[in-house]
Design a protein around this ligand. Structure first.
Ligand code: ARG
Length: 464
């Protein structure tokens, strides 16, 4: 029996330069693929048995061996050897140690090219699911806050200028819907990530008439979920690009949430206060309580964007088919998964435990924010909106000139502006009324926000 520590030792006589070895070994990071790699090997062992390459008893030996290798990884007792250049090499090496020469039959017709492509797809499917679960946690934290604050009035902003009164519940739900789109995007990616390329061989296809549909079924997919071109099969990494894009967009959404909360937690706003569990102090300024959780969450967007750009850059210059450059896609994939996992978890905690200061929110409301409502009042009296907008603008200007609130103008002032104003104009200056008048689907009224909460909860429950 000839053994070599390398999978490709046959045509080589010289040793790999030590630095080159370090440069090319992926074991330090692709060890994370052990579970999917073994799953792929189990499916492949069945496939070559079905094709008559190995006997039923050889299949059993391989399956027993793979199961032992699995236990070693699961129990943290797997010993990585210096020759294990990647996870595929390591699993096969150990399998052959455990079961003898039959271990060397497993790779018949298979290449690390279709193997790693399959592993990464299985891993990405898990990652998509994992991020979905983590982002649902944040959605739920925001939905709970929304429900508790359907009547908590606050200013809504455009251009970061006070625009119209809204409720804090409505604000929370805006982020829930953002994350809901992300959840749907993650789901959609599964269809393309879950296409199995095993059976593409090194690049040209498998010569042993294996049943690729059966492999797909073995791996939890439909019979039809197999790649249709072996060249594309071994070199398609689009599903990782898609995952990284989803991750980048989730990063952008978390960052917007974080930015709002950083602002709202300042003394100037005072709308929310992070719990001690999610803030830190200053080493020199004893009074400080910094919103580090949200700041870091905002900062993490940078690496999530970077991982996507990294991936796209790797792809763009890659000739068909497999190129070793592809090994470089793994770390961005792992990093996006880990980053989102942690960030979503921390932000869920921060949102769940933050104190909402309804009084400060209420105090930040300015009657001028009801200028749109004044125009709407006139519209209800039959004035064309453009004219109504102009008249309301003049009321704002008049109040400003007098250094009083728009709600302090006298009936005479209003009547001087337009005979359409009458004593019931005072009723307009009620923030709660304004909010609850926006009662359409998607509006800020308490009823609408409750409706949003209900719909979002139902959608999240479907996802599990
Ligand atoms: N570690 C490699 C990767 O991640 C496995 C595939 C190696 N294939 C090859 N032809 N050298 O891409």
């Amino acid at each position: 029996m000839t053994t070599t520590s390398k999978l490709w030792g046959g045509r080589f006589s010289g040793e790999l330069d030590a630095l080159m070895k370090r440069f090319q070994d992926s074991m330090p990071f692709d060890i994370r693929l052990w579970d999917v790699d073994i799953r792929g090997s189990v499916a492949y062992a069945h496939a070559i048995a079905r094709a008559g390459i190995i006997t039923t008893s050889e299949l059993q030996t391989l399956l027993n061996g793979l199961s032992r290798v699995r236990s070693e990884f699961a129990g943290n007792t797997f010993l990585v050897q210096p020759g294990d250049e990647d996870i595929h090499t390591a699993v096969e090496r150990r399998l052959t140690e455990l079961v003898g020469d039959v271990g060397k039959k497993l790779h018949t017709g298979r290449s690390r090219n279709d193997q790693v492509a399959t592993d990464l797809r299985l891993y990405t499917l898990e990652a998509l699911n994992h991020v979905g679960v983590a982002s649902r946690k944040l959605q739920r934290a925001l939905t709970d806050q929304a429900e508790a604050h359907v009547d908590t009035l606050m200013p809504g902003y455009t251009h970061l200028q006070r625009a119209q009164p809204i409720t804090f519940g409505h604000w929370c739900m805006a982020y829930v819907w953002m994350l809901q789109r992300d959840a749907e995007r993650l789901r959609d990616c599964e269809r393309r990530a879950g296409v199995i390329p095993l059976g593409s061989g090194g690049s040209a296809g498998n010569p042993f008439a294996i049943d690729r549909g059966a492999i797909a079924i073995e791996l939890g997919r439909d019979r039809e979920a197999i790649s249709q071109n072996s060249l594309d099969g071994v070199s398609d990494r689009d599903f990782i690009a898609e995952f990284l894009f989803c991750g980048a967009l989730i990063g952008a959404h978390i960052s917007r949430l974080a930015e709002d909360l950083v602002l709202y937690s300042t003394a100037e706003f005072g709308f929310v206060q992070f719990s001690d569990a999610y803030s830190t102090g200053s080493s020199i300024m004893p009074q400080k309580k910094n919103p580090d959780s949200a700041e870091l969450a905002r900062g993490k967007a940078g690496r999530l964007f970077g991982n996507l750009i990294n991936m796209l850059t790797l792809l763009k210059g890659s000739p068909l088919t497999y190129n070793k450059d592809f090994q470089e896609v793994q770390e961005p994939l792992f990093d996006t998964l880990d980053t989102l996992d942690l960030t979503l978890e921390v932000m869920s905690g921060a949102v769940r435990t933050m104190r909402v200061n309804a009084d400060r929110m209420r105090a930040a409301l300015d009657p001028a924010m009801l200028a749109t409502d004044v125009a709407e009042y006139l519209v209800r009296k039959g004035v064309a909106f453009r004219d109504a907008h102009h008249l309301s603008g003049r009321a704002v200007a008049l109040a400003e000139e007098r250094h009083i609130g728009i709600d302090a103008l006298s009936l005479e002032d209003w009547r001087n502006l337009s005979p359409y104003f009458s004593s019931d104009i005072v009723g307009v200056f009620d923030f709660g009324r304004s909010v609850n008048s926006r009662d359409v689907t998607g509006g800020t009224s308490a009823r609408s926000v409750r409706e949003q909460v209900g719909k979002a909860r139902a959608l999240m429950a479907q996802e599990g």
